[in-house]
Design a protein around this ligand. Structure first.
Ligand SMILES: [Zn+2]
Length: 235
């Protein structure tokens, strides 16, 4: 049997260092369970752990698909930051190993990618929100409830701004899916009133008929949120 991993050779667009990074083969991905916030539980290796590329020299980090398409000439702040990191000679976090990764390493790599996304001139709110969701699922896997909650609050906020600014919505979710997801994050945070507000907005969208699965999930979760709220009020 072949290994689920392979190492890709890359050149960092910011510092030009050549390095290798571990990628996971897509044909070995096995989904065991889907969660209500669209995350997956995997059997065997977890592709979330291998979705970020980090340069071991200057620490620039981005999604695998974005790493080499970033244009340094348009990203002065990132260039300045990566240069300062190389110059400082400070000890870097131990997150550059090849081969099988771990949830804490994956969390650190995502946090780095999010930090760089925030200082990028050409940053995509949808991508940023997606990175935060990865972080939510990794912390959930680690059973680090506090960090999971913080990431969920950040993700809910990011999706809300993204929706309000009218960014191009993910095709598989559409507007109903994004509103449902914001609602579901609030529900998981125990903010049932907010959760119901967003579930209702999802059901009121024009496109809801084109997303029958999301409509069903929204109704189910709205029911659960209502029950939880009544339970809390009853105490
Ligand atoms: Zn670099």
């Amino acid at each position: 049997m072949s290994t689920p991993f392979w190492n890709k050779k890359l050149k960092c667009p910011f510092c030009n260092a050549e390095f290798e990074t571990t990628r996971m083969r897509s044909n070995v991905i096995r989904i065991k369970e889907k969660m209500t916030d669209f995350g997956n539980i995997y059997e065997g290796e977890n592709p979330y752990f291998y979705s970020i590329t980090v340069c071991p020299n200057c620490t620039f980090a981005a999604r695998n698909e974005d790493f080499q398409t970033v244009k340094p000439q348009y990203e002065p702040k990132v260039l300045e930051t990566t240069k300062a990191i190389v110059k400082s000679g400070k000890k870097k976090p131990d997150i550059f190993g090849l081969g099988q990764s771990t949830p804490p390493v994956a969390a650190k790599r995502h946090e780095l990618a999010i930090a760089f996304m925030k200082i990028r001139k050409y940053s995509d709110l949808g991508v940023q929100a997606g990175l935060l969701m990865h972080l939510v699922w990794i912390y959930r896997l680690m059973q680090d409830r506090e960090k999971e909650k913080a990431a969920m609050a950040d993700a809910a906020k990011a999706y809300q701004v993204y929706h309000e600014k009218g960014g191009e919505l993910p095709e598989n979710l559409g507007e109903p899916g994004v509103l449902y997801l914001i609602g579901d994050l609030h529900r998981r945070l125990g903010e049932y009133k907010e959760a119901r507000r967003f579930y209702e907005r999802a059901l009121a969208t024009k496109e809801i008929k084109s997303f029958p699965r999301i409509a069903e999930m929204t109704r189910d979760m709205m029911h659960i949120a209502k029950e939880m709220m009544e339970k809390e009020e009853g105490v």
